[in-house]
Design a protein around this ligand. Sequence first.
Ligand code: AMP
Length: 547
Amino acid sequence: MLGLMQNQPLLISSLIEFADRHHGDGEVVSRRVEGDIHRYNWAGVAKRSRQVANALDALHLEFGDRVATLAWNGYRHLELYFGVSGSGRVLHTINPRLHPDQIAWIANHAEDEVLCFDMTFLPIIQAVHSKCSTVKHWVALCDADKLPADTGIPGLMSYEAWIAPHSNTYEWPVFDENTASSMCYTSGTTGNPKAALYSHRSTILHAYAAALPDVMSISARDAILPVVPMFHVNAWGIPYSAALTGAKLVFPGSGMDGKSIYELIEGEGVSYAAGVPTVWQMLLTHMKTGNLKFSTLKRTVIGGSACPPAMIDAFRDDYGVDVLHAWGMTELSPLGTLCTLKNKHLKLPAEEQMKIRLKQGRAIFGIDMKIVDDAGNAQPHDGKAYGDLLVRGPWVVADYYKGEGGNPLVKDANGQSWFPTGDVATIDPDGYMQITDRSKDVIKSGGEWISSIDIENIAVAHPAVLMAACIGIKHPKWDERPIVAVVKKPDAHVTREELLAFYEGKTAKWQIPDDVVFVDSIPLGATGKMLKTKLREQLKDYVLPTL
Ligand code: AMP
């Protein structure tokens, strides 16, 4: 017997219509690339998203055609989120930090028809536009009078001139909720980038889940600053969850430095921020130097790479801000786990609570996860056994765009399909997952695994250390031994011996790195994560000290 409830497709257009109807006066504030602050509300976003949809119709874009963006977090980007997907086209957010050749490759692979870009990226577009063979329309996200006379880009329009003639009413089409809505390329370590292709259904389910109290806890009372970029996995889905709840959104534009972020948090009464650890490191350094305090910030979600304990401590102890540690992936839309405590943990002493907070967290309803050994056998959830982390769920990829990038799934003995994350993790009896490494970064010494994340966390807890990356170096007896590459804070002093002594008592003796290598910087990838492959290349002539 079937249920007798209404079967309405879950569509992104319903988010913006809801935000308009119920939270029309909810603010959306952006620092523009021009430097000034732009301020309007959800009703304004809805109106202009409909203008975008009409403008796309006028270009005769077909259902399912790709519209690309190369843009910072800002209100025009938000309008494209709703206008493009809502009208049945696919929003393709491109990471501007990629090499220009890769940007052109990705635009061609996605067969983008329209490419909208912030003026910051004009030089990139000037360099690549002739290589982007499918793009028919170029749109600069600026006012008409800000468009330079001769850019060399054929038919370049300003966004404002493009949408201005179009009506702000629009009949959003109704279609299958499994229709593609947006896409994001992820660059593996080998081969070409491959794209996760999200659907309306996966996006809406993820938006519901992300807003839950034990997930990102997003509500109409929040003012959210997503520092996590809209060009990487839809800014962790925050734009959608904000529309669903009517939260105020505050966009930082291109200003990701500590000073700009701090000013925006204070100026706009931000209660909640989200970003990767490297961004928060800059903010904390700025706060410390200026002896500053937060007056409204209560919570921050940190994910994308492991959040060092020193960062959680600094936010909590020095500024009274709660840190939520999150784990996710492009292939997961991106949220998989969030680290919030259970009721029984509230009675634990602070240091015991801290051990839990450091973990990547509990699975969100919708995400099923397990850890397996090399033969695919499920490992116990005892907080000790390590294994490759596998996940499944309605916002996890089933395949990559165009079926390229290999089959992303493995089948278990019960015939269930799982996505292998490439992360190595433990899961404790309460369901808290902790990542020890990317599988390719695991260090195996004398047959035992050493977690590079643990080694890095200890190093960055030292007051003189800004960043640390731990890698394994071949060793004749132990197979591999860890060393740690360290970037010192400006004007800070620490010697190799002092840092090695700092490890004493904080980890097992055999896990203490064999050496500390001081470097000026650690190579970062396009999403701000440490590129250990590059670091290993840089240190290829490095020889372990003879102990
Ligand atoms: P991406 O698809 O570029 O977002 O990268 C996903 C990968 O980032 C994951 O598979 C993890 O290796 C890493 N990652 C994300 N969040 C965390 C976290 N909280 N702790 C450790 N690694 C993380």
